[in-house]
Design a protein around this ligand. Sequence first.
Ligand code: PEP
Ligand code: MN
Length: 365
Amino acid sequence: MKTELKIHAPDGLTRPFLIAGPCSAESETQVLTTARAIAEINKAIIFRAGIWKPRTRPNSFEGMGAPALDWMGKVKAETGLRTATEVANAHHAEECLKHGIDVLWIGARTTVNPFSVQEIADALKGCSVTVLVKNPVTPDLQLWLGALERVSRAGISRLAAVHRGFHPSGLIPFRNDPMWELVIELRTCVPDLPVICDPSHICGSTELIPYIAQKALDLDMHGLMIETHCLPSSALSDAKQQITPGRLKRLLGTLVYRSSKPPDAAGMDELEQLREAIDKTDHSLMQLLLNRMLIAERIGNYKKENGMTILQAERWNNLLRDRTDNASLMGLNGEFIRAVFQLIHRESVRRQADAMHVQSEELTC
Ligand code: PEP
Ligand code: MN
């Protein structure tokens, strides 16, 4: 998956960086009280607060709008924290630029809409603002990348992605499904792109926030965005998932910050040796796989010469059961080995079908 993003890590952000603040800016007092308490912890560098709120149903609190921009200015002047808010259209983006908001984020409901993202990108053309792009509500990596690319093409290079989870398809203990594999894929596609985790919107309640925050750090994500409110029980949006500044401080004290690099040269040597051992093992595995495929081809030729079908369902079922049973005895995960052998078998059938000059699709569909 090729992408053309030009990235500069957001200015002066040492990892892991923290963005904290309420879901919504509700009043000048709420904004300033929360910001002062967050600034006192001395860990956050960006203060967030939603000014225009995308709500699922009308008649919910839809944000205080433009007057709240001045409150953000006061936060910055008084605490030195940089300010961040959500923009969903060109008007929001222009208002934020006029009021010196440092960081704009594109919300999950906006990332799904290329027209809206383009409109925002056009409004930001040539500006030096930092833009965060939240993942789309649906688990679609292309949409997420597309939104990042639209912003990047407008000349914004201070870019980061925010992982806030995806609309769940089944019963899970979270408001949004983390689907970590998608974030790993994003990071593989764009290794230079900072990715910030938003445990608040993943969890939807406060209890599991430490678990998700720790997991994000363990996956070497670049920062955290945590909804923090001076009085969560009275919050006008997302009341169940916001924590107090005091709780934020305790959470930051319990998180374990691991390094992605070994501590010293000796550790480096040990890691290098282990990696060499992994590389060797992988090459042996691939040689074994090739041997297996060559045997499968010989079986294919035998079947062809003797007028036999490629698939003998009973043999395949017995093989799969044997490998899965053995996996457990050997200390391997049975489900994992089942999946591996299903893949191997698919490739064997394809090779046997080639040997018989038959399209494998016709046989396996
Ligand atoms: C928010 O950050 O308050 C918000 C609305 O986020 P999301 O777009 O992730 O739902
Ligand atoms: Mn929120």
